[in-house]
Write a protein that binds this ligand. Structure first.
Ligand SMILES: *Cc1c(COP(=O)(O)O)cnc(C)c1O
Length: 388
């Protein structure tokens, strides 16, 4: 082992000792919500494919067709020759689905956040961030040079006091911006942001809102609306962000908002400008996913998802049906979460243990995700195994 590798290796040993080491698991086969790992089949309760669209034949067909027509690779960045009619149509259809003037598609949701945030705020500005915001939102905020203030998860009083502070700080700085960044459905807790109240505060203090709808799209509201659309608040959110890789079953990220916002990002978001465009085949698959979520089939899938969630809530004796497809079972220590996950795996269920740094210390948990593609039988089996 080289001296360099030895240093890295000692860090890995340290992670091992703290129960924090991660390893890749290779999925050998996928059959809906059943996955094969090391030759053994498991019921999958870990994916973000909330509507089962990732294996929908219409998406695979759209992908193959566009791959045949435009080629597999996009061959260049969006601003050079990487924007095909599939990309342009996707952006138009996505904007329509979100109730905004325009949208812009990035290769991933991470790229959307890390590109858009620093393009929109800078040194003079203030970002106010929910404590549980996704890593890419934190990353985007940090790389922006703005002053960052964090409020405890969903704590409106603390959010307001940061807004007051920012207002005072900005006095005399004409044009200094205050941007609130939060999620609508939180990725590791599955709970909702008090969106209406946040928007009211934002408007009272003249701030702008960057809302990450990654886990809400396809789950909350009609079609791809998300929570902002569900609550009829879409036109009061300046920047709606999301991913095409979760309920939409494909991959990619987006920002939706005004035409001016999108034109600005085309010129300023570095992760957009300097990156090879997503494959036209991926854009075509995302268009197919959008068509499905906005169809009767999409409504049926959402109903099925909510039935499955209700069933799981009953099985686990939860007080109410979960507000999203994410159902955390908080266990505390890393060891305990790992042991529970290992037991479930032994019983044939793939449910990940989520540990620090994805969640804060001593809140390690099982993160169960439910899909419309699960059969009631699978949900019942999981509940009884968890209780047993
Ligand atoms: C998954 C996720 C992202 C990133 O989206 P990708 O398309 O996977 O890069 C952003 N925000 C939240 C809250 C997420 O859960």
């Amino acid at each position: 082992m080289s001296a360099f590798d030895e240093v890295l290796n000692s860090s890995l040993h340290e992670l091992d000792a703290r129960g924090l080491r991660r390893r890749l698991r290779v999925i050998e086969q996928i059959n809906g919500t059943r996955i094969t790992i090391d030759g053994r089949e498991f019921q999958n309760f870990s994916s973000n494919d909330y509507l089962g669209l990732a294996s929908h034949p219409a998406l695979a067909e759209a992908m193959a067709e566009a791959g045949g027509r435009y080629g597999v690779g996009s061959t260049a960045s969006r601003l050079i020759c990487g924007t095909t009619a599939e990309h342009a149509n996707l952006e138009e259809e996505l904007a329509e689905a979100k109730g905004t003037e325009a949208s812009l598609v990035f290769s991933t949701g991470v790229a959307a956040a890390t590109g858009a945030i620093p393009a929109l705020v800078g040194k003079e500005d203030v970002i106010i961030l929910d404590k549980l915001a996704h890593a890419c939102l934190i990353e985007g905020a940090r790389s922006s040079d703005a002053t960052i203030r964090v409020f405890p998860h969903n704590d409106l009083a603390k959010l307001e006091s940061h807004l007051q502070w920012a207002q005072e700080k900005n006095q005399g700085h004409k044009g200094a911006r205050v941007m609130i960044i939060t999620e609508s459905v939180f990725s590791m807790d599955g709970d909702l942001a008090p969106l209406r109240e946040i928007i009211e505060l934002k408007e009272r203090y003249g701030a702008i809102l960057f809302l990450d709808e990654a886990h809400a799209v396809g789950v909350r509201g009609y079609g791809a609306q998300g929570l902002a659309g569900e609550l009829g608040l879409s036109d009061r959110v300046e920047i709606q962000m999301g991913t095409l890789g979760k309920a939409l079953g494909v991959s990619g990220g987006y920002i939706a908002g005004s035409r001016t916002l999108i034109d600005f990002l085309i010129n300023r978001a570095r992760s957009f400008i300097f990156s090879t465009a997503p494959s036209p085949a991926v854009a075509a698959a995302a268009r197919a996913a959008l068509r499905i979520v906005q169809s009767e089939e999409g409504s049926r899938l959402r109903d099925k998802l909510h039935q499955n969630l209700t069933l799981l809530a009953a099985g686990l004796n939860l007080a109410a049906a979960p507000e999203s497809s994410i159902v955390p079972v908080i266990l505390g220590s890393e060891e305990r979460a790992l042991a529970e996950a290992a037991q479930l795996l032994e019983a044939g269920f793939f449910v990940p243990a989520i540990r620090y740094p994805t969640v804060s210390r001593n809140t390690s948990r099982l993160r169960i995700t439910v899909s419309a593609a699960h059969e009631p039988e699978q949900i019942r089996d999981l509940s009884s195994t968890l209780k047993g």
